[in-house]
Ligand binder design. Structure first.
Ligand SMILES: Nc1ncnc2c1ncn2[C@@H]1O[C@H](COP(=O)(O)OP(=O)(O)O)[C@@H](O)[C@H]1O
Ligand SMILES: [Mg+2]
Length: 297
């Protein structure tokens, strides 16, 4: 576990080493992996460890070149003209000037013109902004773009031009043990045995034949937090069979992407997996705590 000034990364030693080395040698990096595999966490921690500024941009269809680069404040332009003082830096110019790590999440979702601006900066290490002039990349500037390979939106569009200007690091799901440690960090209130079984259940969603894309560890974290909140409201134990199942239904059903051919609702898949991991509902209902189905039999 590396703890770089606050952001704790569980495991991922190899990815940290590869990412740090790629950035050190001056490369831009494409991080590719399903949601919740720790891409943002990893990058934040690396930026903190290297003491370089970190600028984050959410990639989406609204990220126009103007939003990425910055703009002249129209009211001030009226009184002062196109003076550099009147330019409001967007995240790209801010990152270029400060030599930051610019992190563009979901890069496959950004519009074509915006992608072209990024491509230019990657190859030229500078940007020409109309009426402002050239903005050079200060030492340390790097672009790290992230994308989810399962995302149907525009992943095919990610041109060979972007791949050709980046090193690519893929992030898969982590081991069960590491996922359990991640969940313990974010939702520490339950006992290890129960947490491990919930981690097992969520991992099974990724292999279930009816499921195209299962839940990430975010679902596991929500499930545990929800079970704790529910149990205090109900006066039951978070590890009680039906409290846990209710938490699982709410935390996971929206996160499962089912196969086109699947006619069942996602709740049914969650319930099936719950029974597979925790057994059938015990006769004494949620009074059961720890033993039988829930305690790590
Ligand atoms: N290796 C890890 N170490 C610590 N926390 C992690 C790790 N992987 C995922 N997480 C946690 O899981 C959640 C999703 O991680 P995040 O970095 O946002 O994923 P991504 O950017 O790939 O979608 C966050 O709450 C984060 O704290
Ligand atoms: Mg992210």
């Amino acid at each position: 576990m590396t703890d770089a000034l606050g952001t704790t990364v569980v495991g991922r030693e190899r990815e940290v080493e590869l990412l740090v080395s790629a950035l050190e040698c001056g490369a831009h990096v494409l991080l590719e992996g399903p949601p919740g595999t720790g891409k943002s966490t990893l990058l934040r921690s690396v930026a903190e460890g290297a003491h370089v500024p970190f600028v984050l941009v959410e990639g989406n269809a609204e990220l126009t070149p103007g939003r990425l680069v910055g703009h002249f404040d129209p009211a001030q332009v009226l009184s002062q003209g196109y003076s550099p003082d009147v330019f409001v830096d967007g995240p790209l110019v801010e990152a270029l000037r400060s030599g930051a790590l610019l992190y563009v999440e979901e890069v496959n979702r950004v519009p074509e013109e915006t992608l072209n601006v990024l491509l230019t900066v990657m190859s030229e290490a500078e940007l020409n902004v109309p009426r402002l002039g050239r903005v050079h990349a200060a030492d340390g500037f790097r672009l790290v773009a992230a994308m989810n390979p399962f995302d149907a939106v525009g992943t095919a569009r990610i041109s060979s031009a972007l791949y050709d200007r980046s090193c690519r690091l893929t992030m898969g799901y982590q081991s069960a043990a590491d996922e359990s440690r991640i969940v313990a960090l974010r939702a520490p209130e339950v006992d290890d045995a129960w947490r491990n079984r919930v981690v097992d259940l969520v991992r099974r969603t990724r292999e279930h034949p009816d499921v195209r894309i299962g839940s990430s560890v975010r679902g596991t974290i929500d499930l545990v937090r929800l079970a704790v909140a529910l149990s205090s409201r109900r006066g039951t134990s978070p590890t009680g069979w039906s409290t846990g199942l209710d938490a699982a239904l709410v935390a996971l059903s929206g996160r499962l992407r089912l196969q086109e051919s699947c006619r069942r609702p996602p709740e049914e898949v969650v319930r099936e997996l719950w029974v597979a991991v925790f057994g059938q509902e015990p006769a004494e209902g949620d009074a059961d705590e720890g033993g039988g189905a829930s305690g790590g039999a």
